[in-house]
Design a protein. Structure first.
Length: 349
């Protein structure tokens, strides 16, 4: 067996959560290592239709100004139609560069099911609906509207671990009506299903807490509204803590801010999950405009260079030079690309 699909037929690999057989999973790494030790090479590219890595495809799409899957397949691909391996990463690249409506002009056909339904399918075949709640900040009227809709459709509700409100058990035919009610009440999808920014967690900050150094809630809302909708190789999570007590757990996020008397310390490339990684300190005592500038550059550098389904922590682990090199790229502009990274971010918003 020289491919992951062939391995699946030989044994039970990938029959659990599936994480081990993702493009950056342990099975793919073990397969590549074993084939190399046998003097053989693993299949190149993301699938038989595209003999390129995600990074290579990203550059092709950017330079050739390609705006659709069919256009890309015709330009540099092989065969017709594509497959489940190449459509999601190409969809992510197109959205990450151009940020067009993912459900318009045929782009819905290359999205995962959850992205098409704007909801997360559950083990029962029903869906969860989780509206965006920037920074965990929500007013009473919005909470009442959420509860009214959930009660109307008989849905189970939960406050999620990411400081959001979730309703579970919605049938696919109910989703349009549910979303109309939520949108009419001023809500929008929280993209709890997408390879995008999920949420920005915050503590109550200096507005209420006697230890707070900065207004972490307002900063978290600013971050979430700035980066919501941006598609990336994998999900992204952020947080903003109002002081070094770290109640928002910013050092366990892809991007984290911790308030100081002088501004914010910026941490990057942390995550929880099966393999927790502590975030690395990128810069200290930043004012808000500088925070946003560095985060813009960091995110677009990650989106431009990471593998499909690769979180920021393993991406940084594979980046030659690690955090010190990342500082040179993002802060010192050693590659001379920071203006372009900022423009890319501006173009996607």
């Amino acid at each position: 067996a020289h491919t992951v699909p062939a391995l699946k037929k030989c044994c039970k690999v990938g029959t659990g959560c599936g994480g081990c057989v993702s493009p950056v999973g342990e099975v793919q790494k073990l397969l590549s290592f074993t084939l190399k030790s046998l003097g053989k090479s693993a299949a190149a590219g993301i699938c038989p239709h595209f003999p390129f890595t995600r990074k290579e495809l990203f550059n092709i799409v950017k330079i050739k100004q390609i705006k659709s899957f069919d256009e890309l397949l015709a330009a540099v691909g092989k065969g017709t139609g594509g497959c489940e391996l190449c459509k999601p990463p190409v969809a992510s690249i197109l959205a990450g560069l151009w940020n067009q409506n993912i459900l318009a002009e045929g782009r819905d056909q290359i999205q995962d099911t959850n992205d098409r339904f704007l909801a997360n399918i559950q083990k029962t075949g029903t869906y969860s609906v989780i509206p965006r709640c920037p920074g965990g900040d929500i007013d009473p009227d919005t909470m009442i509207a959420f509860a009214t809709t959930a009660k109307k459709y008989g849905l189970w509700t939960k406050i999620t671990g990411a400081q959001r409100l979730g309703m579970f058990g919605a049938r696919s035919d109910q989703l349009p009506a549910i979303f109309k009610e939520l949108v009419d009440a001023g809500m929008e999808t929280g993209q709890a299903y997408g390879k995008a920014l999920r949420t920005v967690k915050s503590c109550v900050g200096s507005t209420w807490c006697r230890y707070g150094q900065q207004d972490s809630v307002t900063m978290a809302v600013t971050l979430e509204n700035r980066y919501k909708g941006i598609r990336s190789p994998h999900k992204m999570k952020m947080a903003c803590s109002g002081c070094l007590r770290e109640c928002a757990e910013a050092q366990g996020k892809d991007v984290g801010l911790i308030a100081t008397q002088a501004g914010y310390n910026l941490y990057v490339c942390g995550n929880g999950g099966a393999k927790p990684v502590h975030a690395k300190l990128l810069a200290t005592d930043l004012d808000e405009p500088t925070c946003l500038k560095y985060i813009d550059r960091f995110l677009m550098y990650y989106i431009s260079t990471a593998k499909h389904l690769q979180r920021t922590a393993p991406w940084l682990a594979e980046l030659e030079g690690g955090i010190e090199y990342l500082k040179k790229v993002v802060i010192n502009d050693c590659l001379g690309i920071c203006d372009e990274l900022e423009k890319l971010m501006d173009d996607t918003r």
